[in-house]
Design a protein around this ligand. Structure first.
Ligand SMILES: *Cc1c(COP(=O)(O)O)cnc(C)c1O
Length: 364
């Protein structure tokens, strides 16, 4: 069934799930029914057998390599998505008697804080959700609590398009939701208690969530929890307490192999910066486009802006789509335009969008 859909070339600006590297999909397709001559799909094998084990441990090793994860950190492959982590973090590290600090910079940060409130006390360190343009708090706006169990933040707010370019220094263990910018740049893992990311933006397909956590911090967690929700249990079982999502982990393995072949996260960061700059330059070239994120906090992963009217935005989306640039519509909660340009997104797509933006502004 060689339909038009399988031969169509588009620039895919989807925010999540986002595009995968072409070579990864090609390899996955080739190996789909017959994994490395075994006569079976990787999906049809025991999750404790030697062939799958290589993939499982390979994905973990690749993440350790890519992010220079120190030995006193655990890399876990879990299920339940980033929002599963919104729940698991307070379950493990918060009690009705203790307080956690949450930096609320957008929709995701707020959702995380809401979940923690179910378990214990939450101090909102800063709240910039309603600020327009979207922005991150300044250092002097952060109201830390005295004995926070941990601090939670969102490194890249996918919906509004703001990103922390330097991280706050905290007394309590810092936990970052890096779902939309993991592997997009080097980070100093040892400055975090934990970082986590569900896979469908920069790591592969939905279904697996990577958690990188300091071992001492993990050991301090609540023991009085069902095993499925204890980080320490998953660590002891090598992320195979129950059947792991073997196919998403296989894709994670391929994506991390690809990332290593790109030259690792330092090389990927350079590429990402170039891509974002091309689009931001087009955005700043005239006042036809209205950026919705504060300049100093602009995300390199999600570029957000508006036009004069919704009508014009719809026209923009339609003409862009006609030229093969799809999924540029902003999140339903904020509207406008959003160009998501994760690691796998090619520079040619950013250049095509910039050229289109220039033409469209001239025409209208
Ligand atoms: C997409 C996204 C989420 C939601 O992830 P799920 O895996 O669907 O739970 C959470 N946080 C951030 C920053 C995101 O971009």
């Amino acid at each position: 069934m060689a339909s038009a859909a399988t031969t169509k070339n588009v620039y895919n600006f989807n925010a999540g799930p986002g595009m995968l590297p072409q070579p990864v999909m090609k390899q996955a397709q080739e190996e789909f029914c017959n994994y490395q001559g075994t006569g079976m799909s990787i999906m049809e094998m025991s999750h404790r057998g030697p062939i799958y084990s290589e993939v499982h441990n390979g994905a973990i090793e690749n993440i350790k390599k890519l992010l220079a994860v120190p030995d006193n950190y655990e890399v876990l492959l879990l299920q339940g998505g980033a929002q599963g982590q919104f729940a698991m973090i307070p379950m493990n590290f918060l009690t009705p008697e203790t307080t956690a600090d949450y930096i609320q910079t957008g929709t995701w940060g707020k959702k995380a804080a809401n979940e923690a409130q179910v378990v214990g006390n939450v101090n909102i360190v800063a709240d910039t959700i309603k600020d327009r343009p979207a922005r991150l708090p300044n250092a002097d706006e952060l109201n830390w609590s005295k004995d926070a169990a941990y601090v939670h933040m969102t490194s890249n707010e996918t919906i509004s398009g703001i990103q922390w370019h330097t991280f706050p220094k905290t007394q309590a263990p810092l936990i970052a939701d890096m779902t939309s910018d993991i592997l997009s740049r080097p980070i100093a893992i040892d400055t975090f208690g934990a970082v986590y990311a569900s896979a469908q933006k920069n790591l592969g397909a939905a279904g697996v969530t990577v958690v990188i956590m300091n071992k001492d911090f993990m050991a301090s967690g609540n023991k009085n929890l069902p095993a499925m929700f204890r980080y320490s249990e998953h660590a002891e079982q090598g992320s195979r307490y129950n059947t792991p999502p073997t196919y998403p982990i296989y894709l994670l393995y391929l994506v991390t192999q690809w990332a290593l072949e790109q030259g690792g996260v330092a090389a990927i960061e350079k590429h990402n910066h170039t891509k974002a700059q091309v689009i931001y330059d087009a955005l700043d070239a005239s006042d036809f486009y209205k950026p919705t994120a504060a300049k100093k906090d602009r995300s390199w992963m999600n570029v957000t802006f508006r036009l004069e009217s919704e009508e014009l935005e719809n026209q923009f989306l339609k003409e862009a789509e006609n030229q093969g640039m799809v999924a540029l519509k902003g999140h339903r909660s904020v509207g406008g335009i959003r160009a998501s340009i994760y690691n796998a997104f090619p520079i040619e797509g950013a250049q095509a969008l910039a050229a289109f933006m220039k033409d469209f502004a001239a025409k209208h």
